[in-house]
Design a protein around this ligand. Structure first.
Ligand code: NAP
Ligand code: MG
Length: 515
C-alpha cells in the first residue's frame, strides 16, 4: 500500500486507564490509515501486557471498591441518556470519522449507522431503568418464604469489537454493560479504532463515569485481546469477531470458567418465495448483500430463488448491481466503498477464484474496478455467482466481502433445508407477499434474527445473536442486558416457629424442646 506523505499533525490517541490518558509501555504506537486512500489519519497507542494488567486492575478496583455497581439503576439510566446526548451532539463528526476510518459510505454512516447507534444508546438508557430485582411467587414448601431475584452486575468485562460497524458495535457493548453496573476494559479493532476511541473521549470529557469504570486498550488482537480475555481478574468476555477467534476465546476462558458471550460469523440466507414482490426483493437482497461491501456479519450472502423465477431474478439482480456506484466513501453518491484492507481484498479474491473453480457462473463483477480512484484503495466490484451449489465452499464459508451466491430451489422445503445447512445461524430474510407463509418459513429457519421483507433488521429492543457457530448469548434487548448480570436468589424466611423450619426434621430438636 502506498502511503501519502505523513502529515505531522495526525492525532495521537493514548490508552485510557483509570480515568487518565496514558502512553503505552515504551510509547509503542501503531498507524491507522484510511482504507480508501492509504492516508495516515492517526497514531494509536499499542498496549503491552503490563498496560492490560493496569487496565484490568483499574476496572477490578472500580468494581470491587468503586461506586458504579451500587449506583442506583435510575441514576445509571440518566447517565446513559447523557452519553446518548453526546453522541447526538457529535453525530456528524462521528459519521465522517467512521467513514474515513472504516471506508464506510458516508450516506450509510450519516443516515443509518450513527443514528442507529444513538437510538441503541437511548434504548439501553431506557432499559437501565428496569429495576435490578425481579419478583417471584410466594413459596410455601417446606415453609412460607418470600423470594426475589437480585440482578448483580457481572463484574469486570473484557469487551472486544471488530472493525466493521465499529461505532454501533462500541455502543452495543458499552451501553448494556454500563446500564447494569459493570466495569469495562474495552478494545476496538486496530483496523478501525477511531470512532470507538471518540466515544471513550466523549465519555471521559463529560466526567459522567467514576474513575476506572471504563478503560480503553488498543493494540493487536492476537496479543492485547488474547491477554485481556485470559486475565484471571476478568469475569466476563463479550467478543464480536470471527468464529475462528471466538473458538480460541472460549478455550482461553475455560480454565477460569469465565462467562462468555460471542457474536461471530454468518452465511445468512435471503429466501425468495414464489410470490415475492420483486420490485422490493431485488433491492432488498442487494442491500442485504452489498451494504458495507458485504462486510457485515449478518449479510445475506446466499440468495435462494425458486426455479420458476430464477432467470428473471438473476437478470434483475445483475441489472441493478450494474447501477451501484462504487467509489470514495466520503462522496454522498457512493453506494459501495472499498474493503477494509488489501489483505481482505486478497482473501475475497481467493474466494472468487475458488467459486469459478467450483463451477459457479460469474454473472457480474469478480474483478477490481479500473480507474485512478480505485488504484488508491482495496476496491472490488460487487460480484454475483449464479448456479451455485449450497454445498460448495463459496456457499458455506464466510467471505466477508461483496460476493453473492444465487442458489436455485424447486420446493420450498429444499430452500429451508439448504438455508439451514451451514455451520452458521446468525440472520436470514424471507421475501413474500404472503406474511403468513413468510412467518412459517421464518419459524423453520435456525438463526437468531429473521427479517420478513427486509434484511439487516437490527433493533435494540430485540435480542441479537447467533444459533450454532454464529455465537453464544445475545446482545441488545432485555436478553442482552441480562447477559451482563448474575441472577441471585434471595430467600426471606417467614416461618417463625422452630418446628416449621426446614431443619426441624433434619436436626433432631434438643431434649426438652417444646413447640
Ligand atoms: P477478528 O479477526 O476475529 O477480530 C475481531 C476483534 O478481535 C478485533 O478487535 C481483533 O483485534 C480481536 N482479536 C483478533 N485476534 C484475537 C485473539 N486471538 N484474541 C482476542 N482478540 C482477538 O474479526 P475481524 O476480521 O476483525 O472481523 C470480521 C469478523 O467479525 C467476521 O467473521 C464477522 O462475521 C464477525 N462479526 C460478527 C458480528 C456479530 O455480531 N455476530 C458483527 C460484526 C462482525 P485487531 O483487529 O486489533 O487485531
Ligand atoms: Mg482481524
Amino acid at each position: 500500500m502506498t502511503l501519502e506523505p505523513v502529515e505531522s499533525d495526525v492525532p495521537y490517541h493514548r490508552l485510557y486507564i483509570n480515568g487518565e490518558w496514558c502512553d503505552a509501555e515504551g510509547e509503542r504506537t501503531f498507524e491507522v490509515t484510511e482504507p480508501a486512500s492509504g492516508t495516515l489519519i492517526a497514531r494509536v497507542a499499542s498496549a503491552s501486557t503490563a498496560d492490560v494488567d493496569r487496565a484490568v486492575a483499574a476496572a477490578r478496583d472500580a468494581f470491587d471498591n468503586g461506586p458504579w455497581p451500587h449506583t442506583p439503576h435510575y441514576e445509571r439510566a440518566r447517565i446513559i441518556h447523557k452519553i446518548a446526548d453526546l453522541i447526538e451532539e457529535h453525530a456528524f463528526d462521528i459519521a465522517e470519522l467512521e467513514s474515513r476510518d472504516g471506508g464506510v459510505p458516508i450516506r450509510k454512516t450519516t443516515y443509518n449507522d450513527i443514528p442507529l447507534a444513538l437510538h441503541m444508546m437511548r434504548v439501553f438508557g431506557d432499559l437501565a431503568r428496569r429495576p435490578p430485582y425481579e419478583p417471584m411467587p410466594w413459596n410455601d414448601f417446606p415453609t412460607l418464604s418470600w423470594n426475589f431475584v437480585w440482578r448483580d452486575p457481572f463484574g469486570v468485562c473484557a469487551q472486544i469489537i471488530p472493525w466493521n460497524y465499529a461505532f454501533p458495535m462500541a455502543v452495543w457493548k458499552l451501553g448494556p454493560a454500563l446500564a447494569t453496573g459493570n466495569t469495562i476494559v474495552f478494545k476496538p479493532s486496530s483496523l478501525a479504532p477511531l470512532s470507538a476511541i471518540r466515544l471513550v473521549q466523549l465519555i471521559d470529557e463529560s466526567g459522567l463515569l467514576p474513575r476506572g469504570t471504563l478503560n480503553l486498550v488498543t493494540g493487536p488482537g492476537g496479543e492485547v485481546g488474547e491477554y485481556m480475555v485470559g486475565h484471571p481478574q476478568v469475569d466476563k468476555i463479550a467478543f464480536t469477531g470471527s468464529t475462528e477467534v471466538g473458538r480460541k476465546i472460549m478455550a482461553i476462558a475455560a480454565p477460569h470458567i469465565k462467562k462468555v458471550t460471542l457474536e461471530l460469523g454468518g452465511k445468512s440466507p435471503s429466501i425468495l418465495l414464489p410470490d415475492a414482490d420483486l420490485d422490493k426483493a431485488i433491492d432488498g437482497v442487494l442491500f442485504g448483500m452489498f451494504y458495507h461491501a458485504g462486510q457485515l456479519c449478518e449479510a445475506g450472502t446466499r440468495c435462494f430463488v425458486p426455479a420458476t423465477l430464477y432467470d428473471e431474478v438473476v437478470e434483475r439482480l445483475v441489472a441493478r448491481t450494474r447501477q451501484l456506484r462504487l467509489g470514495d466513501p466520503l462522496e454522498l453518491e457512493t453506494d459501495i466503498g472499498p474493503l477494509i484492507s488489501f489483505k481482505q481484498r486478497e482473501r475475497v479474491e481467493s474466494y472468487i477464484k475458488l467459486g469459478r473453480e467450483e463451477g459457479a457462473r460469474l454473472a457480474i463483477g469478480g474483478g477490481r474496478p479500473v480507474g485512478e480512484l480505485y488504484e488508491r484503495g482495496p476496491y472490488l466490484e460487487p460480484t454475483i455467482f449464479t448456479h451455485v451449489d449450497n454445498r460448495w465452499r463459496i456457499a458455506q464459508e464466510e467471505i466477508f466481502g461483496p460476493v453473492l451466491c444465487v442458489i436455485r430451489y424447486e420446493e420450498l422445503g429444499d430452500a429451508i433445508s439448504m438455508a439451514n445447512d451451514t455451520m452458521y445461524g446468525l440472520a436470514a430474510s424471507v421475501w413474500s407477499r404472503d406474511l403468513q407463509a413468510a412467518i412459517e418459513v421464518a419459524r423453520r429457519i435456525r438463526s437468531g434474527t429473521v427479517g420478513i421483507n427486509e434484511h439487516h433488521v437490527l433493533n435494540p429492543h430485540a435480542p441479537f445473536g447467533g444459533f450454532k457457530e454464529s455465537g453464544i448469548g445475545r446482545e441488545m434487548g432485555v436478553a442482552g442486558l441480562l447477559e451482563y448480570t448474575e441472577p441471585k436468589h434471595i430467600h426471606v424466611d417467614f416461618q417463625q416457629k422452630r418446628s416449621g423450619k426446614i431443619w426441624w426434621d433434619a436436626l433432631l430438636p434438643p431434649e426438652n424442646e417444646h413447640e
